[in-house]
Structure formats: structure tokens, C-alpha cells
Design a protein around this ligand. Structure first.
Ligand SMILES: [Zn+2]
Length: 445
């Protein structure tokens, strides 16, 4: 009896080990098998009961021991489950995961607004010892699936044909409808003006929407897809629009130059200021991503005619005695004995250029002599009107070589340095007056 029991235990263990080797693949079938097996044993027992009771006892004992051993093994093991080779966690039975798949698929589909189907065959089970493992509840299994990022998903790709003929995926969306909506939005993106009467709006590239196997996290939201496709620095799709556009356009004024001998060569005078005109233009405009690439005027109507700008340009030879506008020092060699500014509370209105009596004085610029005589404290004094608002004065001369009314040119000798009038030492007192007011000659020389 004892021997038989030992043998039974050993045999049972062997059977169980045999089971265990195939458990990883057939664990669920095992449950069904056990169910049938116990039924068979039950029938067998009924059959044997009518014949030999001892055999029944032994057979029943074997079945009992087998079941106990199985139970013990099961009690100390659990399943590691993985998705596409990536370990996710541990569960007591495979059914704990399989049962949850439908719920997980439904939750994921709702969250990502797309049909997501995690197939049972993409989940792998591996039997491992339970010791030290924490088993996932159904709730935890569901959570892990919901947060899994590499779940395979069916997406719809927007593809653009490259120069080499290959279709490049530029966006991935959940549904065909969504992909088409994004493409419509891309067109819309560049067609902001309702006033434009578009005749055609199309893509420059060959754009297609195709089914595409991908993972859940690779799928774009509509907003993200639109943003990428229309990126200002590098748009992935080109929208070509052709439409009639009506705009008010500026007509720039022209400038006309008229020659006149009333002005010296180089001198100009504006006789009429120009002003821009305006017109309404209707044109067939071709745009790429909103930028005009071609424009054909269909009709136009002038609202305001432009006004020409008219400039008189001098054609008369400039006489030698005409002012150049720039001054030169009236003496060739001199010593600056006093500058422009306040001296003892009085404004010294010019420069004192010290030089020996008789040194030639030259006209600082061309003009007409308006004084050539004694002038109080200035002594013998010369003044030239440069006929541009400026007058120069040369005082304390010893002699003058010109008379009032004479025209002189720049550099022409008009007199000589002296010490006449209120003067202490031989020098030329030189002034520049602009519209009557004395200025510092050194700012103009
Ligand atoms: Zn002076």
C-alpha cells in the first residue's frame, strides 16, 4: 500500500511536470482539459465501481494527488504578460488580461477618437514563480494598457510625392475623414480673404490619403498636423490658388525736368509738386501658399490721376561772378589775432586777420559790390552781396579796387589790408552776415 502511494506521487509529479512544460502555451486549454479529465475520471470511476473497488480507490487517489500537486504549482506561480515583447506586469491568470482587452480597446478608442484594437495574439504570457511579484488587478491591467504608448494603431497618412517619386508621409491622422479635413484646412489656411473670387484651389504636389499602420502616439491631432503642414519656414504642402482680385492700386507720379536759362547749370527749382494717383485694378492672381507668383491685369479704372512733379533745371552758363555758396579766406597769409565772440562785454562780429598793410584782400565768394567807402569805425570798408542771403564785409582797408555795382568773382582782389577806422595794428576785419545777422565765419570757411 505504501509503495503504491509513493509510486502514485512520483507518477503524479511526472504528469504535472509534463503539464508544466506545456503550460506557457496551453494554460487556458489546460483548464478545459482538466475539466474534461475530471469528468472522464468520474465516468471511469462509475464503470470501475461495478467491478473492482480497490482499483477505484487507487485511481481516485492518483487523481486526487495530481490535482493537489497542480494546485500547489499554480499556487506558487503567476504569469508575466508582455505586449509586442515589452514586459508590462504580472497577473494570476491569463484570463485576467484577456478579459480586460475588450474594455481596454473601448477606452483607448474613445480616448484617441479612433478604432483601436489590441489583438489577443500581440500579448505574450510567460509563467514565472510568484514569489516577490506583485500581481496586477484588473484595474491596474486596464490602466497599463491605456497608458501604453506603442500600441499598434491603424492611422491614415497624408502623403506627398517627392521629386524622386516616393510618397513621403507628412501627417498621420486617426481617420480618413480627419485627414481630408486637415487637407481642407491647409487650403483654407492660405485663403483668408473672402473677397477673392477663386477659380481653382489645388495642391502643387501629388497629395494622397492612405491607410497606414502605426503606433498610437505617432498619430497627430488635427491642430498639430495643420501646424506642421503649414509651418511658415518650411511648409510641406504648396497650395496653388488662382482667383480674380480687385484692389485699389497707387499710380506713382512721374517727374518731368524742364530746362530753363533763367537758372545756372546745376541749379534746380521745383515748380510743381507731384502727387500719386489711384486706380482700381482687377487681376487674375496666382498665389502659392498665399504669395503672389503671377498676376495678369484684366481691367482697371482710374480713380485719381497722378500729378507730375515738374522741376526746372538751369541751362545758363554760370558766370564767374556768381556765388558758389562756399567761402574762402580773403587773405592768402595772415595771423588770426581775434576770433568771433564776446570781447569786454561786446560781440566781436567777425575775425581779425592780421597781415602787413598792402596785403591783397580777395572776395570770399562771387557777388556784387554794395559798399566800397569809409564806414565809421570800420574805416575804409568793402561789402559784397552774394545774392543768396549772405553778405561779406572787409574792414580797415588801406585801399579799395572796386566800386559799388561791380560784379566780382571768388578770389578776385578787391582791396588791400590797412589800419583805417577804429583799428590798432594792420589787419582785415572779416564778417559773414546771413540775412543781416553776423555769424562765426570759421563755421563757413
Ligand atoms: Zn575786428
Amino acid at each position: 500500500m505504501k509503495n503504491i502511494l509513493n509510486w502514485a506521487v512520483l507518477w503524479g509529479a511526472r504528469v504535472v511536470n509534463g503539464f508544466d512544460n506545456t503550460l506557457d502555451k496551453f494554460a487556458r486549454q489546460r483548464a478545459i482539459w482538466l475539466y474534461h479529465a475530471s469528468h472522464s475520471i468520474h465516468h471511469l470511476r462509475d464503470w470501475i465501481a461495478e467491478r473492482k473497488r480497490p482499483i477505484i480507490k487507487h485511481m481516485a487517489g492518483i487523481a486526487l494527488v495530481t490535482t493537489m500537486l497542480m494546485g500547489t504549482i499554480n499556487y506558487f506561480s503567476c504569469y508575466e504578460y508582455s505586449y509586442n515583447g515589452r514586459e508590462i506586469g504580472y497577473v494570476k491568470t491569463q484570463d485576467d488580461v484577456i478579459r480586460i482587452l475588450n474594455i481596454a480597446n473601448k477606452a483607448l478608442s474613445e480616448e484617441h477618437n479612433s478604432k483601436i484594437n489590441i489583438q489577443a495574439d500581440s500579448i505574450q504570457f510567460h509563467k514565472v514563480p510568484k514569489i516577490g511579484k506583485s500581481l496586477d488587478t484588473e484595474d491596474q491591467v486596464l490602466k497599463k494598457f491605456t497608458y501604453m504608448s506603442d500600441i499598434k494603431a491603424k492611422g491614415y497618412a497624408i502623403t506627398v510625392e517627392e521629386k524622386d517619386g516616393k510618397n513621403q508621409v507628412v501627417a498621420l491622422l486617426n481617420s480618413k475623414k480627419m485627414a481630408k479635413e486637415v487637407l481642407a484646412d491647409v487650403k483654407e489656411h492660405y485663403l483668408t480673404d473672402d473677397e477673392k473670387n477663386y477659380q481653382s484651389i489645388k495642391f502643387k504636389e501629388k497629395v494622397k490619403v492612405v491607410e497606414h499602420d502605426t503606433t498610437l502616439t505617432a498619430i497627430d491631432s488635427k491642430i498639430a498636423a495643420l501646424k506642421r503642414l503649414t509651418a511658415a519656414d518650411r511648409p510641406l504642402i504648396t497650395v496653388i490658388s488662382v482667383g480674380d482680385e480687385t484692389n485699389v492700386v497707387t499710380i506713382p507720379y512721374e517727374t518731368e525736368e524742364q530746362k530753363t536759362d533763367e537758372l545756372y547749370i546745376g541749379d534746380q527749382k521745383v515748380v510743381q509738386e507731384g502727387s500719386d494717383g489711384r486706380k482700381v485694378v482687377t487681376a487674375k492672381v496666382t498665389r502659392e501658399n498665399g504669395k503672389v507668383v503671377d498676376e495678369k491685369e484684366l481691367s482697371s479704372k482710374i480713380l485719381v490721376e497722378p500729378t507730375k512733379k515738374i522741376i526746372l533745371a538751369g541751362s545758363a552758363e554760370r558766370p564767374k561772378t556768381a556765388a558758389t555758396g562756399k567761402f574762402v579766406y580773403p587773405l592768402g597769409r595772415f595771423r588770426l589775432s581775434s576770433g568771433f565772440g564776446y570781447r569786454w562785454g561786446r560781440l566781436h562780429e567777425g575775425l581779425d586777420l592780421a597781415a602787413p598793410t598792402g596785403t591783397p584782400i580777395m572776395a570770399a565768394d562771387g557777388g556784387r559790390i554794395i559798399r566800397a567807402s569809409n564806414f565809421g569805425a570800420y574805416g575804409l570798408c568793402i561789402e559784397i552781396d552774394h545774392e543768396n542771403g549772405k553778405v561779406t564785409r572787409y574792414a580797415h582797408c588801406s585801399s579799395v579796387d572796386v566800386a559799388v555795382g561791380d560784379r566780382v568773382y571768388q578770389g578776385q582782389v578787391i582791396g588791400a589790408v590797412g589800419n583805417t577806422g577804429r583799428s590798432y595794428g594792420s589787419h582785415c576785419h572779416f564778417e559773414i552776415r546771413i540775412n543781416g545777422a553776423a555769424v562765426d565765419p570759421q563755421d563757413y570757411l
